[in-house]
Design a protein around this ligand. Structure first.
Ligand code: SAM
Length: 200
């Protein structure tokens, strides 16, 4: 398992290939109805090893601001942005992830193949986007996906699905390396809140 993935495109110590950039695409955000869950989705993406969250659906500056603020306070170089045309973006990514070669599209859906099997076969040397839905997910997403992946075949939440998938796919993170440069660092403790601040 990887122990942390430096942000810059350094090579993977085991394969010598460029580290994989992982984005999360949140489809169908509804500004009022999904406010908290979308905010938590981006925080989960960041905390479990994604490099970026792309918000689609209704524009929502408050979600972007939350993610930027947490990244400033707790470190790392997590990116976030709004995408007005997610399906056009996804179609392009399926052909060209930025270097002329196709990206890997993982669509989280309760109808997909079990995630425990998928994490062993999903390509690790190409930029990847993990797609989660909100409102009705267009059938085209299933066709564009390299992998349609389920986290159990029961309906639950995009936050739970993303957290479980990323933890299984990325593995343990060396947080001091991965979230370097923050104003605050939490020190795990058995019985109290312990933090180190940049002033200490
Ligand atoms: N109404 C949406 C649709 O038409 O598919 C689904 C709503 S569901 C609450 C929102 C998202 O959570 C889904 O698009 C999927 O990405 C994710 N999700 C929910 N249950 C899941 C599961 N068992 N496995 C993987 N992803 C799941």
């Amino acid at each position: 398992m990887k122990s942390g993935r430096p942000r810059e495109n350094v090579t993977d110590d085991s394969t010598g290939l460029p580290r994989q950039r992982i984005s999360v695409l949140r489809l169908g955000h509804r500004r009022e109805r999904d406010k908290r869950i979308t905010s938590h989705l981006g925080l989960t993406a960041r905390a479990f090893g994604a490099d970026e969250v792309i918000l689609a659906g209704e524009e929502d500056e408050s979600a972007l601001e939350t993610w930027r603020t947490v990244t400033t306070r707790f470190g790392g170089s997590f990116d976030c942005r709004y995408e007005a045309k997610p399906m056009a973006w996804l179609r392009k990514f399926a052909q060209d992830a930025g270097d002329g070669e196709p990206g890997v599209i993982v669509h989280l859906t309760m109808y997909g193949e079990p995630w425990r099997a998928a994490v062993g076969v999903i390509e690790r040397n190409r930029p990847m986007v993990v797609v989660v839905g909100g409102t009705k997910v267009p059938g085209e997403v299933f066709r564009l996906a390299t992998h349609n992946v389920s986290v159990g075949n029961q309906p639950h939440s995009e936050v739970a699905a993303l957290g479980v998938f990323l933890e299984s796919f990325v593995g343990p993170l060396e947080e001091s390396e991965y979230f370097a440069g923050g104003e605050i660092r939490v020190v795990p403790s058995l019985d109290r809140k312990k933090v180190i601040t940049s002033d200490d």
